[in-house]
Design a protein around this ligand. Structure first.
Ligand code: OSB
Ligand code: MG
Length: 380
Protein backbone atom coordinates (compact mmCIF):
# COMPACT_ATOMS: atom_id res chain seq x y z
CA UNK A 1 0.00 0.00 0.00
CA UNK A 2 1.09 3.55 -0.63
CA UNK A 3 -0.43 6.53 1.16
CA UNK A 4 -0.84 9.29 -1.41
CA UNK A 5 -2.60 11.96 0.63
CA UNK A 6 -3.83 12.59 4.15
CA UNK A 7 -6.68 15.04 4.73
CA UNK A 8 -7.23 16.42 8.21
CA UNK A 9 -10.70 17.63 9.11
CA UNK A 10 -12.27 19.29 12.08
CA UNK A 11 -16.02 18.76 12.44
CA UNK A 12 -18.30 20.53 14.86
CA UNK A 13 -20.90 18.19 16.30
CA UNK A 14 -23.23 19.16 19.17
CA UNK A 15 -23.84 16.40 21.72
CA UNK A 16 -27.46 15.32 22.29
CA UNK A 17 -26.82 15.78 26.02
CA UNK A 18 -23.90 17.50 27.76
CA UNK A 19 -21.24 15.21 29.21
CA UNK A 20 -19.64 16.20 32.50
CA UNK A 21 -16.65 14.63 34.25
CA UNK A 22 -14.59 15.69 37.26
CA UNK A 23 -12.59 17.89 34.85
CA UNK A 24 -15.46 19.70 33.15
CA UNK A 25 -18.53 19.76 30.92
CA UNK A 26 -18.63 19.18 27.14
CA UNK A 27 -21.64 20.30 25.11
CA UNK A 28 -20.19 20.18 21.61
CA UNK A 29 -17.39 18.02 20.21
CA UNK A 30 -14.75 19.31 17.87
CA UNK A 31 -14.23 15.99 16.11
CA UNK A 32 -10.98 15.45 14.25
CA UNK A 33 -10.88 12.99 11.37
CA UNK A 34 -8.12 11.78 9.09
CA UNK A 35 -9.02 10.74 5.60
CA UNK A 36 -6.35 8.69 3.88
CA UNK A 37 -5.99 8.10 0.15
CA UNK A 38 -4.39 4.66 -0.15
CA UNK A 39 -4.00 2.92 -3.54
CA UNK A 40 -7.17 4.55 -4.85
CA UNK A 41 -9.31 3.80 -1.82
CA UNK A 42 -10.25 6.08 1.08
CA UNK A 43 -9.75 4.99 4.67
CA UNK A 44 -10.74 6.92 7.78
CA UNK A 45 -9.43 7.39 11.28
CA UNK A 46 -10.61 9.50 14.20
CA UNK A 47 -8.37 11.45 16.53
CA UNK A 48 -10.14 11.18 19.88
CA UNK A 49 -8.30 14.06 21.58
CA UNK A 50 -10.54 16.63 23.22
CA UNK A 51 -10.74 20.37 22.76
CA UNK A 52 -8.82 20.99 26.01
CA UNK A 53 -5.83 19.14 27.51
CA UNK A 54 -7.85 17.96 30.52
CA UNK A 55 -8.22 14.21 30.05
CA UNK A 56 -4.70 14.02 28.59
CA UNK A 57 -2.02 16.39 27.31
CA UNK A 58 -3.25 16.09 23.75
CA UNK A 59 -5.86 18.30 22.11
CA UNK A 60 -7.08 18.25 18.54
CA UNK A 61 -4.84 21.26 17.91
CA UNK A 62 -1.69 19.51 19.13
CA UNK A 63 -2.71 16.49 17.04
CA UNK A 64 -3.25 18.68 13.98
CA UNK A 65 0.25 20.12 14.42
CA UNK A 66 1.88 16.73 15.07
CA UNK A 67 0.27 15.09 12.04
CA UNK A 68 0.89 17.98 9.67
CA UNK A 69 4.50 18.61 10.65
CA UNK A 70 5.78 15.18 11.65
CA UNK A 71 3.53 12.16 11.38
CA UNK A 72 2.01 12.56 7.92
CA UNK A 73 5.43 13.26 6.34
CA UNK A 74 6.71 10.05 7.98
CA UNK A 75 4.01 7.98 6.24
CA UNK A 76 3.32 9.65 2.90
CA UNK A 77 4.81 7.88 -0.08
CA UNK A 78 6.05 4.94 1.99
CA UNK A 79 5.43 1.34 0.99
CA UNK A 80 3.38 -0.07 3.87
CA UNK A 81 2.00 -3.61 3.91
CA UNK A 82 -0.02 -3.59 7.12
CA UNK A 83 -1.35 -1.44 9.95
CA UNK A 84 1.07 -3.08 12.34
CA UNK A 85 4.02 -1.58 10.44
CA UNK A 86 2.90 1.96 11.26
CA UNK A 87 4.13 2.36 14.89
CA UNK A 88 7.78 1.87 13.88
CA UNK A 89 7.46 4.61 11.26
CA UNK A 90 6.09 7.06 13.83
CA UNK A 91 8.32 6.02 16.71
CA UNK A 92 10.73 8.94 16.45
CA UNK A 93 7.97 11.28 17.61
CA UNK A 94 7.47 11.09 21.37
CA UNK A 95 3.94 11.08 22.75
CA UNK A 96 1.12 12.38 20.53
CA UNK A 97 -0.47 8.95 20.84
CA UNK A 98 -4.00 9.99 19.86
CA UNK A 99 -2.60 11.66 16.74
CA UNK A 100 -0.61 8.52 15.90
CA UNK A 101 -3.63 6.27 16.53
CA UNK A 102 -5.80 8.18 14.06
CA UNK A 103 -3.28 7.45 11.30
CA UNK A 104 -2.45 3.89 12.25
CA UNK A 105 -6.12 2.96 12.57
CA UNK A 106 -6.88 4.37 9.12
CA UNK A 107 -4.11 2.15 7.71
CA UNK A 108 -5.63 -0.90 9.45
CA UNK A 109 -8.96 0.00 7.90
CA UNK A 110 -7.34 0.33 4.46
CA UNK A 111 -5.64 -3.04 4.98
CA UNK A 112 -8.96 -4.68 5.89
CA UNK A 113 -10.61 -3.22 2.81
CA UNK A 114 -7.76 -4.30 0.58
CA UNK A 115 -7.74 -7.84 1.99
CA UNK A 116 -11.56 -7.88 1.78
CA UNK A 117 -11.76 -8.98 5.39
CA UNK A 118 -13.64 -7.57 8.40
CA UNK A 119 -11.46 -5.26 10.48
CA UNK A 120 -12.47 -7.13 13.66
CA UNK A 121 -11.05 -10.37 12.25
CA UNK A 122 -7.85 -8.66 11.13
CA UNK A 123 -7.38 -7.42 14.71
CA UNK A 124 -7.79 -10.95 16.11
CA UNK A 125 -11.41 -10.67 17.21
CA UNK A 126 -13.35 -13.81 18.12
CA UNK A 127 -16.84 -12.70 19.15
CA UNK A 128 -19.60 -11.52 16.86
CA UNK A 129 -21.42 -9.66 19.60
CA UNK A 130 -19.96 -7.26 22.15
CA UNK A 131 -21.37 -6.37 25.59
CA UNK A 132 -22.28 -2.72 26.07
CA UNK A 133 -22.44 -0.44 29.06
CA UNK A 134 -22.91 3.30 29.36
CA UNK A 135 -20.91 6.05 31.00
CA UNK A 136 -23.19 8.60 32.66
CA UNK A 137 -21.76 12.04 33.29
CA UNK A 138 -22.31 14.23 36.32
CA UNK A 139 -25.84 15.66 36.06
CA UNK A 140 -27.52 18.82 37.30
CA UNK A 141 -29.39 16.83 39.96
CA UNK A 142 -29.56 13.40 41.52
CA UNK A 143 -33.08 12.97 40.14
CA UNK A 144 -31.81 13.61 36.62
CA UNK A 145 -29.11 10.95 37.10
CA UNK A 146 -31.62 8.37 38.40
CA UNK A 147 -33.85 9.08 35.41
CA UNK A 148 -30.92 8.43 33.09
CA UNK A 149 -29.98 5.20 34.84
CA UNK A 150 -33.59 4.00 34.49
CA UNK A 151 -33.62 4.92 30.80
CA UNK A 152 -30.36 3.11 29.98
CA UNK A 153 -31.35 -0.02 31.92
CA UNK A 154 -34.67 -0.08 30.06
CA UNK A 155 -32.72 0.16 26.80
CA UNK A 156 -30.87 -3.02 27.81
CA UNK A 157 -27.39 -1.77 28.71
CA UNK A 158 -25.52 -4.34 30.78
CA UNK A 159 -23.50 -2.02 33.00
CA UNK A 160 -23.91 1.49 34.33
CA UNK A 161 -20.82 3.59 35.01
CA UNK A 162 -21.26 6.89 36.77
CA UNK A 163 -18.77 9.72 36.77
CA UNK A 164 -17.90 10.77 40.31
CA UNK A 165 -15.97 13.41 42.24
CA UNK A 166 -15.92 14.61 45.85
CA UNK A 167 -19.51 15.65 46.63
CA UNK A 168 -20.95 13.48 43.85
CA UNK A 169 -20.05 9.97 44.96
CA UNK A 170 -21.36 8.00 47.96
CA UNK A 171 -24.70 9.85 47.88
CA UNK A 172 -25.33 8.83 44.28
CA UNK A 173 -24.13 5.23 44.80
CA UNK A 174 -26.48 5.01 47.79
CA UNK A 175 -29.51 6.19 45.80
CA UNK A 176 -28.74 4.00 42.80
CA UNK A 177 -28.23 0.91 44.96
CA UNK A 178 -31.48 1.55 46.88
CA UNK A 179 -33.37 1.29 43.63
CA UNK A 180 -31.21 -1.22 41.75
CA UNK A 181 -29.39 -3.49 44.23
CA UNK A 182 -28.30 -6.05 41.62
CA UNK A 183 -27.08 -4.15 38.54
CA UNK A 184 -23.46 -4.02 37.41
CA UNK A 185 -22.42 -0.59 38.65
CA UNK A 186 -19.06 1.12 38.47
CA UNK A 187 -17.65 4.61 38.85
CA UNK A 188 -15.01 6.76 37.16
CA UNK A 189 -13.25 9.55 39.06
CA UNK A 190 -10.89 10.78 36.32
CA UNK A 191 -8.25 11.49 39.01
CA UNK A 192 -10.53 13.50 41.31
CA UNK A 193 -9.05 12.11 44.57
CA UNK A 194 -5.73 11.97 46.41
CA UNK A 195 -4.36 9.70 49.13
CA UNK A 196 -5.80 12.14 51.69
CA UNK A 197 -9.17 10.68 50.67
CA UNK A 198 -8.39 7.05 51.57
CA UNK A 199 -10.90 6.90 54.43
CA UNK A 200 -13.56 8.43 52.20
CA UNK A 201 -12.75 6.06 49.32
CA UNK A 202 -13.10 3.07 51.68
CA UNK A 203 -16.82 3.88 51.86
CA UNK A 204 -17.06 3.02 48.15
CA UNK A 205 -16.63 -0.63 49.24
CA UNK A 206 -20.19 -0.53 50.66
CA UNK A 207 -21.84 -0.39 47.24
CA UNK A 208 -20.66 -3.55 45.53
CA UNK A 209 -19.07 -1.59 42.68
CA UNK A 210 -17.60 -3.56 39.80
CA UNK A 211 -14.63 -1.18 39.84
CA UNK A 212 -13.38 2.31 40.66
CA UNK A 213 -11.81 3.83 37.58
CA UNK A 214 -8.69 6.03 37.87
CA UNK A 215 -9.31 7.46 41.36
CA UNK A 216 -5.85 9.04 41.74
CA UNK A 217 -3.34 10.94 39.60
CA UNK A 218 -3.46 10.39 35.83
CA UNK A 219 0.23 9.38 35.66
CA UNK A 220 0.46 7.18 38.75
CA UNK A 221 0.93 3.44 39.41
CA UNK A 222 2.59 3.41 42.81
CA UNK A 223 -0.02 5.25 44.86
CA UNK A 224 -2.84 3.34 43.17
CA UNK A 225 -1.12 0.18 44.45
CA UNK A 226 -1.03 1.70 47.95
CA UNK A 227 -4.74 2.52 47.66
CA UNK A 228 -5.70 -0.86 46.15
CA UNK A 229 -4.30 -2.65 49.23
CA UNK A 230 -6.80 -0.74 51.37
CA UNK A 231 -9.86 -1.31 49.18
CA UNK A 232 -11.96 -4.39 48.49
CA UNK A 233 -13.28 -2.89 45.23
CA UNK A 234 -11.00 -3.39 42.24
CA UNK A 235 -9.29 -0.34 40.81
CA UNK A 236 -9.41 0.04 37.01
CA UNK A 237 -6.76 2.18 35.35
CA UNK A 238 -7.62 4.34 32.34
CA UNK A 239 -5.46 7.50 31.98
CA UNK A 240 -2.33 5.91 33.49
CA UNK A 241 -2.00 3.11 30.92
CA UNK A 242 -0.23 4.54 27.86
CA UNK A 243 1.21 1.28 26.48
CA UNK A 244 1.75 -2.42 27.20
CA UNK A 245 4.81 -1.67 29.32
CA UNK A 246 2.66 0.52 31.59
CA UNK A 247 0.11 -2.29 31.78
CA UNK A 248 2.88 -4.68 32.82
CA UNK A 249 4.12 -2.28 35.51
CA UNK A 250 0.59 -1.73 36.82
CA UNK A 251 -0.09 -5.47 36.97
CA UNK A 252 3.26 -6.26 38.65
CA UNK A 253 2.71 -3.50 41.22
CA UNK A 254 -0.94 -4.58 41.75
CA UNK A 255 -2.07 -1.03 41.03
CA UNK A 256 -5.30 -2.30 39.48
CA UNK A 257 -7.35 -5.44 38.86
CA UNK A 258 -8.94 -4.28 35.61
CA UNK A 259 -7.73 -2.25 32.62
CA UNK A 260 -9.69 0.13 30.41
CA UNK A 261 -8.29 0.03 26.86
CA UNK A 262 -8.76 3.10 24.67
CA UNK A 263 -7.13 2.75 21.30
CA UNK A 264 -6.38 6.49 21.08
CA UNK A 265 -4.83 6.68 24.53
CA UNK A 266 -2.35 3.87 23.78
CA UNK A 267 -1.42 5.14 20.31
CA UNK A 268 -3.26 2.82 17.93
CA UNK A 269 -4.57 -0.68 17.30
CA UNK A 270 -1.14 -2.39 17.52
CA UNK A 271 -0.52 -1.17 21.05
CA UNK A 272 -4.15 -1.74 22.05
CA UNK A 273 -3.79 -5.39 21.01
CA UNK A 274 -0.47 -5.59 22.91
CA UNK A 275 -2.12 -4.25 26.09
CA UNK A 276 -4.96 -6.70 25.59
CA UNK A 277 -2.59 -9.66 25.13
CA UNK A 278 -0.51 -8.72 28.16
CA UNK A 279 -3.60 -8.33 30.37
CA UNK A 280 -5.07 -11.59 29.11
CA UNK A 281 -1.83 -13.49 29.83
CA UNK A 282 -2.08 -12.17 33.39
CA UNK A 283 -5.82 -12.89 33.78
CA UNK A 284 -6.61 -9.20 34.11
CA UNK A 285 -10.00 -8.42 32.51
CA UNK A 286 -10.14 -5.53 30.06
CA UNK A 287 -12.95 -3.50 28.53
CA UNK A 288 -13.11 -0.90 25.78
CA UNK A 289 -13.33 2.72 26.87
CA UNK A 290 -14.88 5.56 24.90
CA UNK A 291 -14.02 9.17 24.16
CA UNK A 292 -17.40 10.45 22.91
CA UNK A 293 -16.45 9.27 19.43
CA UNK A 294 -18.21 9.94 16.18
CA UNK A 295 -19.20 6.88 14.19
CA UNK A 296 -15.73 6.48 12.73
CA UNK A 297 -13.97 6.02 16.06
CA UNK A 298 -16.99 4.16 17.42
CA UNK A 299 -16.81 1.56 14.62
CA UNK A 300 -13.12 1.05 15.44
CA UNK A 301 -13.98 0.55 19.12
CA UNK A 302 -16.60 -2.03 18.17
CA UNK A 303 -14.02 -3.99 16.15
CA UNK A 304 -11.46 -3.90 18.97
CA UNK A 305 -14.03 -5.06 21.53
CA UNK A 306 -14.37 -8.42 19.75
CA UNK A 307 -10.96 -9.59 21.05
CA UNK A 308 -11.22 -12.44 23.58
CA UNK A 309 -9.93 -10.53 26.62
CA UNK A 310 -12.70 -7.92 26.48
CA UNK A 311 -14.77 -9.82 29.04
CA UNK A 312 -16.46 -6.86 30.74
CA UNK A 313 -19.08 -4.57 29.15
CA UNK A 314 -17.40 -1.50 27.65
CA UNK A 315 -18.31 2.17 27.21
CA UNK A 316 -19.12 1.62 23.53
CA UNK A 317 -22.79 2.47 23.11
CA UNK A 318 -25.30 3.51 20.46
CA UNK A 319 -24.67 6.50 18.17
CA UNK A 320 -28.00 8.05 19.13
CA UNK A 321 -26.87 8.55 22.72
CA UNK A 322 -24.39 11.12 21.41
CA UNK A 323 -25.52 12.45 18.04
CA UNK A 324 -28.73 13.52 16.37
CA UNK A 325 -27.17 12.28 13.16
CA UNK A 326 -24.01 10.17 13.07
CA UNK A 327 -21.50 10.32 10.21
CA UNK A 328 -21.71 6.61 9.41
CA UNK A 329 -24.41 4.50 7.79
CA UNK A 330 -25.97 2.59 9.43
CA UNK A 331 -25.50 4.18 12.84
CA UNK A 332 -24.15 2.01 15.64
CA UNK A 333 -27.18 0.42 17.28
CA UNK A 334 -27.51 -1.62 20.45
CA UNK A 335 -29.87 -4.58 20.84
CA UNK A 336 -32.45 -4.88 23.62
CA UNK A 337 -30.04 -7.14 25.49
CA UNK A 338 -27.27 -4.53 25.41
CA UNK A 339 -25.08 -5.83 22.60
CA UNK A 340 -23.61 -4.61 19.31
CA UNK A 341 -23.14 -7.15 16.52
CA UNK A 342 -20.41 -7.31 13.92
CA UNK A 343 -20.81 -8.89 10.50
CA UNK A 344 -18.79 -10.44 7.71
CA UNK A 345 -18.45 -7.25 5.60
CA UNK A 346 -14.95 -6.11 4.65
CA UNK A 347 -13.63 -3.18 6.68
CA UNK A 348 -15.65 -1.80 9.59
CA UNK A 349 -19.04 -2.80 8.20
CA UNK A 350 -20.16 0.85 8.25
CA UNK A 351 -20.22 3.31 5.34
CA UNK A 352 -18.87 6.80 5.89
CA UNK A 353 -21.35 9.60 5.03
CA UNK A 354 -19.00 11.88 3.11
CA UNK A 355 -21.71 14.44 2.22
CA UNK A 356 -22.62 14.93 5.86
CA UNK A 357 -18.95 15.08 6.84
CA UNK A 358 -18.36 17.76 4.22
CA UNK A 359 -21.26 19.79 5.62
CA UNK A 360 -20.00 19.50 9.20
CA UNK A 361 -16.38 20.32 8.31
CA UNK A 362 -15.15 23.57 9.83
CA UNK A 363 -11.46 23.17 8.92
CA UNK A 364 -9.74 20.99 6.35
CA UNK A 365 -6.18 20.50 5.16
CA UNK A 366 -4.73 18.01 2.70
CA UNK A 367 -1.12 16.90 2.99
CA UNK A 368 0.37 15.30 -0.13
CA UNK A 369 3.58 13.54 -1.00
CA UNK A 370 5.24 16.61 -2.50
CA UNK A 371 4.75 18.63 0.67
CA UNK A 372 5.89 15.67 2.72
CA UNK A 373 9.11 15.32 0.78
CA UNK A 374 9.82 19.01 1.32
CA UNK A 375 9.17 18.73 5.04
CA UNK A 376 11.53 15.77 5.27
CA UNK A 377 14.43 17.43 3.44
CA UNK A 378 16.26 18.75 6.54
CA UNK A 379 16.52 15.21 7.86
CA UNK A 380 18.18 13.79 4.74
O1 OSB B 1 -12.64 8.67 31.39
O2 OSB B 1 -13.66 7.20 30.26
C1 OSB B 1 -13.36 8.38 30.45
C2 OSB B 1 -15.26 10.57 27.96
C3 OSB B 1 -14.30 11.53 27.68
C4 OSB B 1 -13.10 11.48 28.33
C5 OSB B 1 -12.83 10.46 29.24
C6 OSB B 1 -13.78 9.50 29.52
C7 OSB B 1 -15.03 9.58 28.89
C8 OSB B 1 -16.13 8.67 29.17
C9 OSB B 1 -17.19 8.57 28.11
O3 OSB B 1 -16.28 8.07 30.20
C10 OSB B 1 -17.22 7.29 27.40
C11 OSB B 1 -18.12 7.39 26.20
O4 OSB B 1 -19.33 7.27 26.39
O5 OSB B 1 -17.61 7.57 25.08
MG1 MG C 1 -12.16 6.84 32.39
Amino acid sequence: MQIDAITLRELHMPLVHFFETSFGRTTERRVMLVEMAVDGITAWGECVAGEHPYYSEETIDTAWYAIQEELAPALLGRQINAGREVPALLQRVRGHRMAKASLENAVWQAEAQQKQTPLWKLLGGVRKEIACGVSLGIQNSLEQLLEKVALELAAGYQRIKVKCKPGWDVQIFQRIRERWPEILLSCDANSAYTLKDVEHLKQFDNFNLLMIEQPLWNDDFYFHAVLQKQLKTRICLDEAIRNARDAQAAIKLASCGIINIKVGRVGGFSEAVAVHDLAKANNVPVWCGGMLESGIGRAHNVALSTLPGFTLPGDVSASKRYWKEDIIEPEVTVSGKGTISVGEEAGTGYEVRTDLIERLTARKKTIRIAAAVRAKLPHH
